[in-house]
Design a protein around this ligand. Structure first.
Ligand code: FAD
Length: 385
């Protein structure tokens, strides 16, 4: 007998009981010579009864860099097998396992540094946490991690148990799902940008993104859960959609387009994509061109900031197409933005108001009210981070 959606067995997996999803594929989407590394990861959800809709996110519980854990253990001179209690329920792990999988090591807080000062006679640290040094303490924690702290202010006189009591629990990281479940039953795809940067003379690695780039091999598993996102989803199939997703912001739109291709949606779809260089950073280029050819994508505008002397970003492409973009909005199109919160989302937001003002012959206030109204109708949706 066939099971219908309403008869679907509920999954036993959730944030509190993550599913070990097998890695089917893990490839770098950037070409040789790119300054970026963006991983396309395919995971199997088979046997989990988990499913999702376009717009949802996947949570991953990461583990810390083994080299970082080893360096901390060596400085603190703890036996890696020493058992420590890791939570209020009294669960225990070896200190090595606890540092690898249970505690956040890459972010310092004032509180951690202040409490750590109790465990050393180091005068410099005592001075740093004194009331008069508030500014210096703030400056110290910026861009430093636990390894810096234990390296900079020894010798330490603390048990592994007392030390882990200072630490915060390692949190799950969220990723916009980059696939449609209808197009890829039993699978979930992600687009993850590896976070790497230099700080205080050492290369720093984002916990989850670099684990996915360096230590998540095909055949291994990652603990995952589905994070439903009711504020970011596709409208009925006959509605037009405009999607602005530079860099990893492309992820949910790959899901949207795949879904619309499978359901043969009647509405038009317009994608703005951008990154540094077209030769190395045009993520999912062939797929997107394929969708242009078969009609799932109506329009594709790209902006590659380092291809020309003058940096061109997605908001510039929007402005170049202002008349058509406003015509789409006027006929009821939904407008979506995903990706960088700090700069891109603000620039796109302001450009959208500029376009409405210009093409709608409105005052600034009227243009803002127009966009607010779109937001109330759920026709302006953002998934930014
Ligand atoms: C709803 C949502 C959806 C998301 N979707 C995606 C997605 O599809 N793809 C994707 O790649 N990411 C996505 N993210 C971001 C993702 O969740 C992680 O935040 C990201 O991968 C970094 O996690 P990490 O564990 O690698 O880095 P962490 O170990 O958490 O380190 C990141 C931290 O490092 C610091 N940092 C980073 N760069 C620098 C720098 N240059 N200089 C100094 N400090 C710096 C900042 O404090 C930053 O918060 C999404 C986030 C949200 C909330």
């Amino acid at each position: 007998m066939q099971t219908t959606d309403s008869q679907k067995v509920p999954s036993v997996y959730s944030r509190t009981n993550p599913f070990p999803a097998r890695i089917i594929k893990n490839v770098n989407l950037n070409g040789a010579g790119s300054s970026k590394e963006t991983r396309h990861i395919e995971l199997s959800l088979e046997g989990s009864e988990l499913s999702y809709v376009p717009g949802d996110c996947l949570g991953i519980f990461p583990s810390n860099d083994p080299a970082l854990v080893e360096a901390i253990l060596a400085i603190m001179k703890w036996d890696p097998a020493t058992e420590v209690v890791v939570n209020k329920q009294g669960d225990t792990l070896s200190i090595q396992d606890a540092l690898l999988n249970h505690f956040e090591l890459t972010l310092l807080s004032k509180k951690i540094v202040q409490q750590a000062a109790e465990f050393t006679d180091n005068e410099e640290l005592k001075k740093l946490v004194s009331a008069e040094q508030a500014e210096q303490l703030k400056e110290y924690i910026d861009g430093r991690d636990l390894l810096d702290l234990v390296q900079d202010f020894g010798p330490w006189n603390v048990s592994a148990q007392d030390f882990v009591a200072l630490l915060r629990k390692l949190n799950a990281r969220l990723y916009s799902i980059a696939s449609s479940f209808a197009a890829n039953p039993g699978q979930v795809h992600l687009t993850i940008g590896a976070v790497r940067y230099m700080s205080h003379g050492r290369e720093r690695k984002g916990v989850c993104s670099v684990q996915c780039a360096e230590r998540a091999h095909e055949g291994e598993t990652l603990p995952v859960f589905i994070q439903v996102n009711n504020h970011f989803n596709l409208p009925e199939g006959d509605k037009d959609i405009i999607m602005v997703g530079p860099g990893t912001g492309i992820a949910p739109f790959r899901s949207f387009i795949q879904e619309r291709a499978v359901t043969k949606a009647a509405g038009r779809a317009w994608l703005f994509f951008g990154d540094q260089r077209s030769s190395t950073d045009f993520l999912y280029k062939e797929e997107l061109e394929g969708y242009m050819n078969d009609g799932a994508l109506t329009k594709l505008d790209t902006a590659f900031s380092r291809d020309s002397e003058q940096k061109v970003y997605v908001q510039h492409r929007m402005m170049e197409n202002s008349k058509e973009l406003f015509a789409w909005l006027s006929s009821g199109a939904y407008f979506y933005v995903c990706g960088d919160k700090k700069n891109m989302a603000k620039d796109v937001h302001n450009t959208l108001i500029d376009i409405i003002e210009k093409e709608g012959a409105m005052s600034r206030e009227e243009a803002e009210a127009y966009l607010n109204h779109m937001q109330e109708q759920h026709r302006y949706q953002r998934d930014v981070y």
